[in-house]
Design a protein around this ligand. Structure first.
Ligand code: SF4
Length: 380
């Protein structure tokens, strides 16, 4: 693969510098999800581990069909049939109550419906890609706020619920009179803002943002993302941000996890992943964007298409598209392995067993606390 100029992106300086050390609020351990049963089952999520820490923005990236939305919907038990969770645990750690020494942790995969109802929206909320589908078209935005607050904040009076609706809409850059509108009377950007306001209504500790701005034009997308990150800094919720657009995550996230064909391929602090990717798939995703400065060059992208989950290639599922695939890649599936002291992890045979790491995947990252295993091997 030829040497390329770095993509024209700028990694975000994390507002919460201590998020990597903050305590976990949501832990997904060994999650497995299938579509269908028995020999017909398609493995959509395989043995995935994620840790979302308080105040952190964790980015989950990958092409369509990589399993990222399935993973997040399974984690909060909103997966639709024929999706089946076949293993793992999802631990939600609520804020401890003063004076109560018992462990408040809830395994969402084993929680009963009443517990789930308490957690969803109040503690963990979701913003979906299409607000038009998520909002109720036959009642006003105000009535939808009212319904939500009536159930979860029964002590509020009708006028207090209205005032809270106005406050929430203003928080996301809309005027309070939009409470009287129906969703079809709002633009795409306003609908998405209304969804975000609704997701914030109960001050959740976690927000799952599933491609929240994908359907919007780039200007509206930028405005909404800036507002969202401002709200995150102000309100302190943790966010799991799911998108196929790695360029967005580089700017928004503290940490990024890259997913391919149902498995995690790479995990790293956002800036490290941007400056020095270790896995060929991440490298390909980062080079799918045209350079904004310097000489004009054709985009390289990633050859081929994501695999059909019903007939995955043997070994590393990425091998038919990987320019550095080796014999071993066709036979054995790599597992996510820690590479260095920064906590960076990769599932790629290039980084184990003495393989020669190509220069593109052995860049020294000035942000790393020490040289990575890959860099050490190349330097020898
Ligand atoms: Fe490429 Fe092999 Fe690494 Fe898979 S394991 S990404 S095929 S080098």
């Amino acid at each position: 693969m030829s040497e390329m100029s770095p993509p024209a992106l700028a990694p975000r300086t994390p507002t919460h510098s201590s998020t990597r050390e903050a305590e976990p609020v949501l832990e997904i351990r060994g999650l497995n999800v299938d579509y269908g049963f028995g020999t017909e089952a398609v493995h959509a999520v395989v043995d995935c581990d994620l840790v979302l820490r308080r105040g952190q923005v964790l980015g989950l990236a990958g092409e369509s069909g990589s399993g990222k939305s399935t993973l997040s919907m399974a984690a909060i038990r909103l997966l639709r049939s024929p999706g089946v969770i076949t293993g793992g645990e999802v631990l939600f750690h609520p804020r401890p109550v003063e004076g109560d020494s018992s462990d408040p942790t809830i395994d969402l995969l084993r929680a009963d419906e009443a517990e789930l109802r308490r957690v969803r929206w109040s503690e963990i909320s979701v913003v979906f890609q299409s607000a038009l589908n998520a909002l109720n078209p036959v009642i006003t935005i105000g009535a939808q706020f009212d319904d939500l607050l009536k159930v979860h904040r029964p002590h509020l009076s009708s006028s207090e619920r209205w005032d809270r609706g106005v406050e929430l809409l203003e928080m996301v850059g809309m005027t309070g009179d939009r409470l009287r509108s129906y969703s079809h009377e709002l633009s795409g950007g306003m609908r998405q803002r209304a969804m975000i306001a609704m997701a914030l209504a109960l001050e959740p500790q976690v927000m799952i943002l599933d491609e929240p701005t994908t359907a919007l034009d780039v200007v509206t997308q930028r405005e909404i993302l800036e507002e969202l990150m401002g709200l995150r800094d102000r309100l302190g919720f943790a966010a799991l941000f799911i998108t196929h657009d790695l360029s967005l995550l580089v700017e928004l996230a503290d940490e990024i996890v890259v997913m391919y064909a149902g498995r995690l391929m790479e995990r790293a602090p956002a800036a490290s992943l941007f400056r020095a990717p270790r896995v060929p798939y991440t490298y390909g995703l980062l080079h799918c964007f045209p350079p904004m400065h310097g000489e004009r060059k054709p985009m390289e992208g990633i050859p081929g298409s994501p695999p059909d989950l019903r007939a995955l290639p043997s070994g590393c599922s990425f091998h038919p598209r990987c320019p550095w695939a080796m014999e071993r890649c066709r036979k054995e599936t790599p597992v996510l392995t820690r590479l260095d002291a920064s906590g960076r992890e990769a599932a790629c045979w290039l980084h184990s067993g003495g393989a020669t790491v190509p220069a593109e995947l052995a860049m020294v990252d000035p942000g790393d606390r020490g040289p990575s295993a890959a860099t050490r091997r190349v330097a020898r």
